[in-house]
Design a protein around this ligand. Structure first.
Ligand SMILES: Nc1ncnc2c1ncn2[C@@H]1O[C@H](COP(=O)(O)OP(=O)(O)OP(=O)(O)O)[C@@H](O)[C@H]1O
Ligand SMILES: [Mg+2]
Length: 274
């Protein structure tokens, strides 16, 4: 097919803050890239951006320049490492008016992004926690939604609230769950089951599990060193778990290649499989 889309777009989101979205986004990006995929990682947390902090970089321009100054998308994207097709589109913290983007601005952003993003096999968007206009519009304009949950009861209730709003107000019913900071695979399963049962019972939605990441001291250590975990401790439990998720996502992209080819990058349709 000529000009067929090949990019899988993916939003990493959560109800509660601090559950591990940014670490998962970053390390999943490295893992997918190591599997031979080109990838753009976009910091969409317009309130408290911190991908740059995890990488120890100070970008000159960011997503806000794209939105407010009319900067070209290609001028904002920077390579995470030389020689890899692994790029980042940074954001800046503390620009409250951008957190509640109006529809015109969203339209402009999605239009600008589409041509840029088409060059990559994956677009990963690290969203802010909770429910605001920007989160809702990014989440409802992506092909894959990955909701990060921890076994804490507050994370479960906040995830449920997020899913409920997306389902009832935006008609989004397709969610993949990652349980992070699990002490074991059985705790991860229990957490998934609890959330899934609530969504089935009250929202008539069946969630999909795409894996779990164990609690691992190497994660905070990698954060302190401002180095991605997968580089700092590639054989650690959390790295291995993230690599497992990357393998599943690659399979999902391959299984849905025909569907993805027919749809715009910034669009929402149920993926098959898993
Ligand atoms: N699997 C894990 N094991 C141990 N600690 C973890 C794990 N995942 C995340 N953490 C810890 O949780 C902290 C928060 O992670 P992160 O910044 O990725 O969360 P977030 O969901 O992006 O937060 P925010 O909502 O503020 O954007 C990290 O600094 C790290 O120390
Ligand atoms: Mg974050």
């Amino acid at each position: 097919m000529i000009n067929a889309n090949k990019t899988l777009s993916m939003a990493i989101m959560s109800g509660k803050g601090g559950v591990g979205k940014t670490n998962i986004s970053l390390n999943l990006s490295y893992a997918l890239n190591a599997g031979g995929n080109s990838l753009l990682l976009m910091d969409c947390d317009l309130g408290l951006a911190n991908l740059d902090v995890l990488l120890g970089i100070s970008p000159e321009s960011n997503l806000q320049d794209l939105l407010t100054k009319g900067t070209a998308p290609s001028d904002v994207v920077i390579p995470m490492e030389p020689g890899r097709k692994l790029d980042i589109l940074p954001a800046a913290s503390g620009v409250p008016e951008l957190v509640e983007m109006d529809e015109d601005m969203q339209g402009m952003l999605f239009k600008k992004l589409t041509s840029l993003v088409g060059r990559y096999q994956y677009l990963i968007m690290d969203l802010g926690a909770g429910i605001n206009k920007t989160v809702m519009s990014f989440a409802s304009m992506t092909q894959l939604r990955l909701v990060v949950v921890t076994p804490e009861p507050t994370s479960l209730t906040d995830s449920y609230a997020l899913i409920k709003v997306l389902a009832t107000q935006h008609g989004v019913k397709d969610f993949f769950i990652v349980v992070n900071q699990a002490s074991s695979s059985s705790e991860a399963k229990e957490t998934f089951t609890r959330l899934n049962l609530a969504c089935q019972k009250f929202l008539d939605i069946t969630l999909k599990s795409i894996g779990f990441v164990r609690y691992d001291q190497n994660v905070p250590e990698a954060v302190r060193r401002q180095t991605p975990l997968i580089k700092f401790a590639p054989k650690s439990n959390a790295s291995r778990d993230i690599i497992n998720i990357a393998v599943k996502i690659q399979k999902l992209r391959m299984d849905n290649m025909n569907l993805i080819a027919e749809k715009p990058i910034m669009s929402n349709f149920p993926l098959v499989g898993n």
